[in-house]
Design a binder for this molecule. Structure first.
Ligand code: ATP
Ligand code: MG
Length: 293
């Protein structure tokens, strides 16, 4: 039971993931200058922003590849430090990277269990892995692969994405982060992957979807988090916003949002963000950037 649940048992459960004021520097490069994110179970949270806004850095920090230099991370309401991929996996965080990291010369089952193979004595437990892989694919209503013993090299882009997503949900995950899962896909395959993304959330997982594609975002996301020059410009409910407003947030860091969701313009060269103006108590929250420049 979390502190938040003790304090207010009648409120909604805490978000699966909450990042408050996350910062990350690479030497002199301030890649993240104050990012806030709320990802709830049962919801797809889109993470959007222009090239270089900090999306990949943010998910790598959550995945423990580069720990945040500063800021707070709460997982299911509990403050936590994710300082390695093993920490992230132990919490139930799985990331599907854009390059997928699948092995072409292995079949679907072996790819799904790559690095975490099931063993029986000294041998691989092929039948247990096959059964489990088939169960997970069936639970995700994946019907487009002919055989789970098919080599991944023979799969289409959408099918490869499906295998990578299924691999992520195989490990009792609670939070699945997908980096541009539809970037290289055609229309029909994009639709299949988006349906799969939706099913992950409907199955109770928290899903973070990194995307440049507004069609995808508005089709599948419950909530949209916009990064602008390493800062969170706003996180808004999809039903309360519009494409025009989200695009404005992406390009300028501010927009004439719905009442209660106004994000003042963030100065591109603002060195610091005004922490007093930060509030991340709900996912209809905006984060103000410093305008001191
Ligand atoms: N390992 C690194 N070393 C130095 N700078 C980095 C490193 N990784 C990212 N950056 C810088 O951090 C900033 C954010 O990069 P990031 O890759 O997170 O952006 P992004 O939002 O994912 O962009 P895109 O949409 O192009 O994928 C950029 O200015 C980038 O050059
Ligand atoms: Mg990126």
């Amino acid at each position: 039971m979390t502190q938040a649940a003790h304090a207010a048992p009648d409120l909604a459960p805490p978000p699966t993931l909450e990042v408050r004021g996350g910062r990350k520097n690479f030497g002199a490069v301030h890649a993240l200058r104050g990012v806030d994110l709320v990802a709830r179970a049962g919801e797809v949270t889109a993470l959007v922003g222009d090239n270089g806004a900090g999306k990949s850095t943010m998910i790598k920090c959550v995945a423990g590849i580069y720990p945040f230099d500063a800021g707070e991370v709460l997982f299911e309401g509990e403050a936590t430090h994710i300082s390695s991929p093993a920490d992230a996996n132990a919490l139930g965080v799985e990331v599907v990277y854009q390059d997928l990291a699948l092995c072409d010369n292995l079949d679907i089952v072996h790819n799904m269990f790559l690095g975490r193979e099931l063993k029986k004595g000294f041998r691989l437990d092929e039948s247990a892995m096959e059964t489990r892989a088939a169960e997970v694919l069936a639970s995700l209503s994946v019907r487009t692969v002919r055989s789970i013993r098919q080599h991944v090299a023979s799969l289409s882009g959408g099918q490869r994405q499906t295998v990578a997503i299924a691999r992520a949900v195989l490990w009792n995950s609670k939070l699945v982060i997908l980096d541009e899962p539809t970037a290289a896909l055609g229309v029909a395959q994009t639709e299949q992957v988006l349906q799969l993304v939706r099913r992950l959330a409907d199955a109770g997982l928290a899903v973070v979807l990194v995307s440049h594609n507004m069609n995808d975002v508005f089709e599948v996301a419950d909530s949209i988090n916009v990064l602008y020059l390493g800062q969170t410009a706003a996180q808004v409910r999809t039903k309360d916003t519009s494409r025009t407003e989200v695009i404005e947030l992406i390009t300028s860091g501010s927009a004439g949002m719905a009442p209660g969701a106004v994000a003042p313009k963030i100065s591109p060269d603002a060195p610091e963000r005004a922490t007093s103006a930060t509030a991340t108590t709900s996912d209809a929250t905006t984060t103000n950037g410093s305008t001191s420049a």
